[in-house]
Write a protein that binds this ligand. Structure first.
Ligand SMILES: Nc1ncnc2c1ncn2[C@@H]1O[C@H](COP(=O)(O)OP(=O)(O)OP(=O)(O)O)[C@@H](O)[C@H]1O
Length: 898
């Protein structure tokens, strides 16, 4: 440091190293090391980042593919695809699908609220010991085969001591449903001694959940030899995936006009004149949103359309005595439970129970507010048995789901259902009716009876029909022997609204304003002979099918097999395969919550896009992959005609994207529009093409898959951020080190400057020699020392080392005249002949320097005749000399001591 000069500054790096080595070398080294380390690390990191970045495209593609494959759209498509309507798919949706035994408790907790499908087993329901004793036997196994082995099952259902009638009159619906039916309604099978005290049993039919697991379509399965109690078990839970609650009408809307499907409903064929009532139109039971369809009594059933003439099995006021169990629960009705006509008996008391072959005789329906329910006529317990149903508003005929296994899974509002129930056993006879529409057939044997219970019937009656399975796709149709025809409209249980429509339970009442003519209870006579849909099933072999009946948006349009993306035209229109506007929404509610709100969603969308509810088909739902608490819903907006016009299409498009379609956020949370697809529609949202969310959710252009693009951009941005951070950190480290170095440098320089400036005498103005030498030769002295010399203004001369060499003959030892603490003293002769004494500083350290400077300073200021005069100084390289006038006579010691 002290030897730094202006020249050395020009070569600062080496000088710095030198300085660092000499003074504070450790600090500089650390700083340099830090700087180098920072640079190296930055380079390495940047290199790594660059390497990563270089591979980013490939990685990004992988992610892209992965995300793309997992795109909700694809998932949804999978869900929507009929072939994907399998249990695993349901399970992938987070729904617990059980064909044999209920297990899921999570769903069960929510089950009572949405009851989307019977596949969701409600396991929480506690069944009394008596139930357990009886019910399990009623539903021995899950396999479809068991479903049709009712004879084997029937005996088990019977109460002890009673012979098991071949046809189990106990509703094949879920156990709860069975119990409930037994309790609340006249048992379809009077002969079946079902435990009457199952007070908590719930009617499974009042929930759409039962539908998917309703008994297999009659046309697709062999004639059930036994009671349908187990037959309801379908091997194909697919319907659960497809929510055909596109609108209440889609599920409940009975065909009208020429498309009207007149389905004979299970009715006491034996006694009921087939021609007494015109066949009512079949109202395919749709999953009933519990919340939406609850009636005043809390019964969760599909709301009956106001305009819909109710042709329920319950006779209209004044005619209730007629045992017309209009609504047929096809899937629930098993042929095996046909009760022989001779065994038919009229249900008495609380209401007739619809049962196969059980004709509810008008005479038996004298009970006010009791809806005649089809029940075995000849059954020993043919009398309708009061059930402990205190909640039923009326003894509405209820077609209980035939499946016994799923009785627990059916979320039934047991307190709300009351009325005649068409027990599944009547279904067998119904099953083969047109296109698998189950029609109550007279049981061949005395149907099981429901023990009397404290069944309180409310005025009015409503038919409760377990929802029928929905369309399952072509595969299922083929399996049903329909020659590839997609009999979309599954033999959904016919929901017959109360005859009076006022006090009747609106369960399964379609919102469709059309009038429906529910077929009379006599299935066979009620079957419209001219309706090929009904004739065909008869011709079909009853081969067992492992697929559920296809859920039909349009029950009347069963002959059309519309390939995706085509779909059936809405009810009431010409039966066509039309292209719907596909809308995918992401609702802010969980999937299980959504199931209960399908109908509401359809309604709100219909009103939001100014369409009829029948045009809104909620085709499927799935839990959002990114957020399980959200639900992806696919909605088809079906044109009334062949297609939508451009105006309507654009209007729908814009209304969705502009969120003009008001969907109750309370029920559905905030929703996002993922895409609106229809030919002619732009590929991007109209409102915000550049909007990331919109572009991400744009489903019209798969290339712009949002998630993939988002992830890629995010990753790239992240990498860039990392690079920027690394670079900035490196630069900052370098700057920090450089600053530290400069600080140290200037600190040292200032210190030397202060020291030297205060000690070094000014350069004599007349010292031309010294000045010239300073300029002519390199000076090893430090800049500070040099500057000090330059600033020296004393009288002493500045000699060069050469001059000292010449004056002292190269510091020859012969010239030494003495030696003190400062160093040796040489006698010298300057060029001008002046004899001088040259003191050479022997200490080459700071201490010597300080002594040197101190003596110069002192002698420069002190002038006395007794003091030796300082002539000049010499400071070059490591040589420092003080030049005094020579005292020629020697020292005093020499004179005293010789
Ligand atoms: N100007 C001079 N003329 C002649 N001889 C000198 C002169 N200065 C010093 N000497 C000789 O050099 C010897 C050393 O002198 P120097 O002043 O270096 O030592 P010191 O003063 O005796 O002791 P210290 O330096 O330790 O005080 C002296 O004893 C003297 O003989």
């Amino acid at each position: 440091g002290r030897y730094l000069t202006a020249a050395s500054v020009r070569v600062l790096p080496p000088r710095l190293r030198e300085m660092g080595r000499r003074q504070g070398g450790n600090g500089w080294g650390v700083c340099a090391a830090l700087a180098v380390a920072s640079v190296v690390s930055a380079v390495v990191i940047l290199g790594g980042a660059g390497h990563q970045q270089s591979h980013a495209p490939a990685f990004g593609r992988k992610v892209l593919l992965s995300i793309t494959s997992g795109h909700p759209q694809i998932n949804l498509d999978n869900i929507l695809h009929p072939s994907q309507l399998q249990v695993p798919t349901l399970q992938s949706l987070g729904l617990t699908v059980k064909l044999s035994a209920p297990t899921s408790t999570d769903v069960n907790k929510q089950y009572d609220h949405y009851a989307p499908s019977p596949t969701i087993i409600h396991e929480d329901e506690t069944v009394s010991a008596s139930k357990q004793a009886v019910l399990p036997t009623m539903q021995p196994s899950v396999s479809p085969d068991h479903f049709y082995q009712s004879p084997e099952i029937s005996p088990s259902i019977q109460s002890p001591g009673q012979p098991a009638p071949p046809s189990l009159m106990v509703s094949p619906a879920t156990q709860r449903g069975n119990h409930h039916l037994q309790e609340q309604m006249p048992a379809a099978s009077p002969s079946l001694p079902v435990e009457p005290h199952v007070s908590h049993a719930k009617i499974a039919v009042n929930t759409p959940a039962a539908a998917p697991f309703l008994p297999q379509p009659p046309w697709s399965s062999q004639p059930p030899p036994s009671s349908p109690s187990t037959g309801s078990q379908s091997t194909q839970p697919a319907p659960l995936h497809r929510i055909y609650g596109h609108s209440p009408s889609s599920f409940h809307t009975p065909p009208t006009g020429q498309d009207t499907l007149r389905v004979p409903v299970a009715s006491p064929s034996g006694e009921l004149p087939s021609n007494k009532k015109p066949p009512q139109e079949v109202v395919p039971p749709a999953p009933i949103a519990p919340g939406s369809s609850q009636d005043k009594d809390g019964i969760s059933f599909a709301r009956p359309t106001n305009n819909l003439p109710i042709h329920s099995s319950s006779p209209p006021k004044g005619t209730r005595e007629t045992n017309h169990l209009t609504p047929a629960a096809p899937p629930l009705i098993h042929r095996a439970i046909q009760t022989p006509p001779q065994q038919r008996q009229h249900p008495h008391s609380n209401g007739p129970v619809a049962s196969p072959r059980t004709t509810i005789h008008p005479a038996n329906h004298g009970k006010a507010n009791r809806v005649p329910v089809a029940s075995p006529l000849k059954g020993r317990h043919h009398h309708s048995i009061p059930v402990n149903n205190t909640h039923g508003i009326s003894g509405a005929p209820v077609v209980a789901p035939s499946k016994g296994r799923h009785h627990r899974s059916l979320p039934v509002n047991r307190t709300s259902v009351e009325g005649p129930v068409v027990s599944p056993q009547i279904s067998p006879s119904i099953r083969r009716r047109g296109h698998g529409i189950p029609v109550a057939a007279p049981p061949k044997e005395p149907s099981s009876h429901v023990p009397p219970a404290n069944h309180k019937h409310h005025k009015g009656s409503f038919p409760v029909i377990s929802p029928a399975p929905h369309r399952t796709g072509n595969a299922s149709a083929t399996s049903h022997g329909h020659s590839g025809l997609d009999h979309g409209p599954a033999p959904a249980p016919l929901v017959l609204p109360p005859s009076n429509g006022k006090d009747g339970n609106p369960a399964y009442a379609p919102h469709h304003p059309r009038q429906y003519h529910s077929p009379s209870y006599s299935p066979e006579p009620a079957l419209p002979p001219d309706n090929p849909a009904f004739r065909k099933p008869r011709a079909l072999a009853p081969a067992p099918s492992h697929s559920l009946p296809p859920p039909p948006p349009n029950s009347y349009c069963t002959a059309l097999n519309c390939k995706d993306p085509m779909t059936n035209s809405p009810p009431g229109t010409t039966c066509l395969c039309v292209l719907p506007i596909k809308v995918e929404l992401r609702l802010g509610i969980a999937l299980y919550t959504f199931f209960a709100l399908v109908s509401e969603l359809a309604q709100e969308i219909a009103s939001g896009v100014f369409m009829k509810q029948s045009q809104v088909h909620v085709m499927g739902a799935n839990a959002a992959t990114e957020d399980p608490e959200k639900t992806i819903v696919l909605i088809d907006l079906v044109p009334l005609g062949a297609s939508f016009d451009n105006t309507t299409t654009l209007s729908v498009f814009e209304r969705f994207w502009h969120k003009q379609v008001i969907i109750n956020p309370t029920d559905f949370g905030n929703y996002d529009v993922l895409y609106v697809q229809y030919p002619g529609l732009p590929s991007s949202p109209p409102s915000a093409p550049g909007n990331l969310n919109n572009s991400l959710s744009n489903g019209n252009d798969q290339r712009l898959h949002p998630l993939a693009a988002d992830i890629g951009n995010h990753r790239e941005t992240k990498s860039r951020g990392i690079i920027v951070i690394i670079v900035l950190s490196s630069v900052f480290a370098l700057i920090l080190c450089a600053g530290a170095a400069l600080v140290i440098y200037f600190k040292l320089r200032n210190r030397h400057h202060l020291t030297e400036a205060s000690l070094i005498p000014e350069k004599p103005a007349d010292s031309a020699i010294a000045g010239s030498r300073l300029e002519s030769r390199p000076i090893s002295a430090s800049p500070s020392f040099s500057s000090s010399i330059v600033a020296y203004k004393g009288s002493a001369k500045i000699f060069s080392l050469v001059e000292m060499d010449r004056a002292t003959q190269r510091f020859d030892e012969s010239r030494i005249i003495g030696e003190g603490g400062f160093g040796r003293v040489y006698e010298g002769i300057l060029e001008d002949g002046e004899r001088v004494a040259v003191k050479v500083l022997k200490r080459d350290d700071q201490q010597g320097t300080r002594e040197f400077l101190a003596e110069v300073e002192m002698l420069s200021r002190l002038h006395h005749r007794n003091l030796v005069k300082l002539i000049g100084i010499c400071s070059e390289e490591h040589m420092r000399c003080l030049v005094y006038e020579l005292v020629p006579n020697g020292s005093l010691e020499f004179h005293l001591h010789g």
